[in-house]
Design a protein around this ligand. Structure first.
Ligand code: GTP
Ligand code: MG
Length: 167
């Protein structure tokens, strides 16, 4: 598939919410409990082919990379904005990513909100109802997933892939 027609899905969200883990689970069916969050190298941490012509772009959530983000989401067809259901702060961060995407990304971009770490439900700080209501107000899809147990991951990417515009 020529690079010019490749469809890109960018993963955004605060550091340590589990973006790289979501990709690892989806692509390799693996989870790494002690994996450190992506530090240092670059904003774009890995590019993973999903199927022919579809790529996931995993990004670094650290604040110092924030200014690079537009370069990546500008050409994206879909964005998965992740937060950690055990962290209200990460939900606030997700809301601000979504506001930025709605202002600056391609108007046709498909935006999905993903509440990760569903296996840690006993430590939940963000209720399903609050996240769903926010998603409804903003016209987004909302999924609750666990990169650890794989719950919801396949379904989320499947749904996003179906909704990604075909050029
Ligand atoms: P940055 O690359 O810094 O932006 O972080 P990230 O969003 O890629 O987070 P990463 O995937 O590196 O995960 C951070 C930590 O959370 C790791 O210790 C993971 O093992 C853990 N983690 C990720 N997803 C889950 C999950 O679904 N459940 C649990 N229990 N832990 C998770
Ligand atoms: Mg990462």
């Amino acid at each position: 598939v020529p690079i010019t027609t490749a469809r890109k899905l960018v993963l955004l969200g605060e550091s340590a919410v589990g973006k790289s883990s979501i990709v690892l689970q989806f692509v390799k069916k693996q989870f790494d409990e002690w994996r450190e969050s992506t530090i240092g190298a670059a904003f774009l941490t890995q590019t993973v082919p999903v199927k022919s012509g579809n790529f996931i772009w995993d990004t670094a959530g650290q604040e110092r990379y924030k200014s690079l983000a537009p370069m990546y989401y500008r050409s994206a067809h879909a964005a998965v904005v992740a937060f950690d259901i055990t962290s209200s702060a990460s939900f606030e961060k997700a809301r601000s990513w979504i506001a930025e995407l709605q202002r600056q990304a391609d108007p046709g971009i498909v935006i999905v909100l993903a509440g990760n770490k569903l296996d840690l439900v006993s430590q939940r700080q963000v209720s399903t109802a609050d996240a769903e209501q926010f998603a409804r107000e903003e016209g987004l899809l909302y999924f609750e997933v666990s990169a650890k147990t794989a719950e919801g991951i396949e379904e989320m990417f499947q749904t996003v892939a179906e909704k990604m515009p075909i050029e």
